[in-house]
Design a protein around this ligand. Sequence first.
Ligand code: SF4
Ligand code: SF4
Length: 342
Amino acid sequence: MGRHFLKDQDFQAFLRALLKAKAVVGPVAKKHKFVFARLEAPGDLRLDYDVTILPPKKEFSPTSQDLVRFDGARFEGCVEPQEKILFGVHFYDVKALDMTDLLFKEKNDDRNYTAHREAATIVVSNIQKVAPRAFWASIGSEVKPKGHDAWLTKISGGYVFETRTAKGEALLQYGKFVPATEAQFRAARQANEDILKKCPEKLQGSSAEVAKKVRAAFSREELWTKFAKDCFSCGSCNTVCPTCYCFDVQDWWNVDQKSGARTRTWDACLTEDFAKISLGSGAAENFREERAERFRHRFMRKSAYLNPKLGGPACVGCGRCSMACTADIADPVRVINEILEA
Ligand code: SF4
Ligand code: SF4
């Protein structure tokens, strides 16, 4: 689609017009960190963020979501999508959304996810500040971000705004955009290329090498026991991950014992009960009882098991897990590089 340019002095007016017309969610400051939240004023938007605590996935698959509400024999679905603009998403989070888009549609169309997703317009922002544990430049570079409607890049004097879809084009009406010159487009492309050289962490192998070696390390019990030795089984590494999509489903009954809701909440495979199943008569079986088994499972999922389906690893190198892990053992770069070296 088109390449456009917006001057610095016209950017706030563009945001103001957008906020007046639509619900806009973007990165905002929360103390010394950042979160995706509804923008109340143009000044809330912080395109200089490094990474958000939780990924934008929560806009489509909230931490807790009613699937069905019931009252006696009456049932009603809870698909209540709201049109919104997700503004300022980094490219690695778009890659993660591409994965959840595929996984939530793979066998059955999960309308509780896809309806929210279809109602959204996604605007990418170039990365202006790099997170301390990021490694997005060295993982899955063969997979390009797809599911976005426009791409905004800060350059000297303003912003290059590349539209990818009709939804992205529709945003042009809110700002004083002019056609971008060839020099401005080249400057934007350079800015997006240059940032890739600034990643603080780096994987030492291609996706194919990583997948092969991690899989081959499956039976090395001593290695996984060592990696997981300090694990608290808290599940934080799962919870902050943009590509994790497991959930638990429970029915909640009101005191009238007739009405209630079937609700899904995020689940985490590092937690002790994740793989626990009932055998009936009060008996239970946990098929990943040991911390090392759960730790290994996460690495298999992120770097090997899902690759054939996704066309690359199920990790986008955001570094959120490394930053969220109290024990500082979740960093994929450290674990995978050690496996590669062995
Ligand atoms: S495994 Fe860690 S680095 Fe990879 S996508 Fe998930 S949170 Fe980000
Ligand atoms: S690896 Fe870290 S974040 Fe993940 S469950 Fe263990 S202690 Fe928690």
